[in-house]
Design a protein around this ligand. Structure first.
Ligand code: PLP
Length: 365
């Protein structure tokens, strides 16, 4: 018997999620000093100064376990969102909320409707649980909600909608979303992942929070993106209390660390700062669009802080060439987008450096 035989059947063939390369690792590997990371859709500026001082102040208390119910953060967030305190669950990143839903609600063999390409974690978490992913391809880089609805069978338990979608940056509008929810079987849970909601520009964006009482809708949000707290790992889910109740049963009592709780609370109190991040990111995104237009390079218009770019050649090669020059982007080969890279909108100087290198690579063809 091999170790593979010991592993649960459903996890043997999972391809692990490959995170973006950390800056320090690349500096070590290449022996270069100046590295910029435009690979993991992080906020390029940093966290709110108020969040930073809250972290520093709380750091001396880390000999104690954190508040297992995130009492003060919960109170703040419930007012901020206008939802009940029992309609919120906190996770170690919104990634953990994905696990909560699947662990609480999906039995082995049940089906989950997932689009492709989308956030890779959905499929992995479903596989770990022994669930069956039913894949519905994107249409024009966008979620095809009518086709996803058609894919629902009596054995379907969950549908994942990343709105906007990672890695394409596209979103679905209110009309399509409402049409999707109409007449949905009552045994189906719809997870709407809004990790990038702060960056959405379209006017008819359907905030999933408005629908939590109309169907089994669970909204996922995160402090990792606009709030700049990726390193602390904190996200949350919002749903009706009955749905939250079973997710709470599979949550570890101290999953949200003490520093994350105070930082997230302070960040919610500094919404002016977050608005500033939004404005900066959108301005820079449009400036990257302009540069790409001038170079005649195709890309997908995005409602997020990243852009999917068609480099019209092997994306691995482009990724490696950029890496050698100290710019980390995301190679989209793992998402079956072989000629595409995904670039996170960075600071002005970072974006200019990225564009300069991209131009060199394109010109050298
Ligand atoms: C669509 C989507 N959902 C969720 C996450 C995970 O975020 P968190 O850091 O909150 O776990 C990401 C991160 O890249 C994402 O792109």
């Amino acid at each position: 018997m091999t170790v593979r035989d010991l592993a649960r059947k459903c996890i043997r063939d999972i391809i692990s999620y490959e995170p973006g390369k950390p800056i320090e690792e690349l500096k070590r590997e290449l022996g270069i000093k100046s590295v910029i990371k435009l690979a993991s859709n992080e906020n390029p500026v940093g966290l709110s100064p108020k969040a930073l001082s809250a972290i520093l102040k709380a750091a001396k208390n880390v000999n104690r376990y954190p508040d297992g119910n995130s009492f003060y953060l919960r109170e703040k967030l419930s007012k901020f969102l206008g939802v009940g305190k029992n309609e919120i669950i906190f996770g170690n990143g919104s990634n953990e909320i994905i696990e909560f839903v699947v662990r609480a609600y999906l039995d082995a063999g049940e089906e989950v409707v997932i689009s492709e390409p989308t956030f890779l974690i959905y499929k992995i978490v479903v596989a770990i649980q022994g669930g069956k992913s039913v894949i519905v391809p994107l249409k024009n880089f966008t979620y095809d909600l009518p086709a996803m609805k058609k894919a629902i069978t009596p054995n379907t338990k969950i549908v994942f909608i990343s709105n906007p979608n990672n890695p394409t940056g596209t979103s679905v509008g209110r009309k399509e979303f409402e049409e999707f929810l109409k007449g949905l079987p009552r045994n189906v849970i719809v997870i709407v992942d809004e990790a990038y909601n702060e960056f959405v520009e379209r006017k008819d964006f359907p905030k999933a929070l408005d629908y939590i009482n109309k169907a089994n809708v669970i909204v996922l949000r995160t402090f990792s993106k606009a709030h700049g707290l990726s390193g602390l790992r904190i996200g949350y889910g919002v749903a009706k209390p009955e749905l939250i109740e079973y997710m709470e049963k599979v949550r570890q009592p101290f999953n949200i660390n003490l520093l994350a709780q105070v930082a997230a609370l302070a960040s919610l109190e500094d919404i002016k700062f977050i608005d500033g991040i939004r404005r900066l990111v959108l301005k820079e995104k449009h400036s990257i669009y302009n540069s790409l237009d001038k170079m005649g390079i195709d890309y997908v218009k995005s409602d997020t802080n990243f852009i999917l770019i068609n480099v019209k050649r092997n994306s691995r090669e482009v990724f490696n060439e950029m890496l050698k020059q100290g710019v980390i982007v995301r190679d989209m080969a793992a998402y079956d987008l072989k000629n595409y890279i995904r670039v996170t909108v960075g600071k002005k100087t970072e974006n200019e450096r990225f564009i300069k290198i991209l131009k060199k690579i394109v010109d050298s063809r």
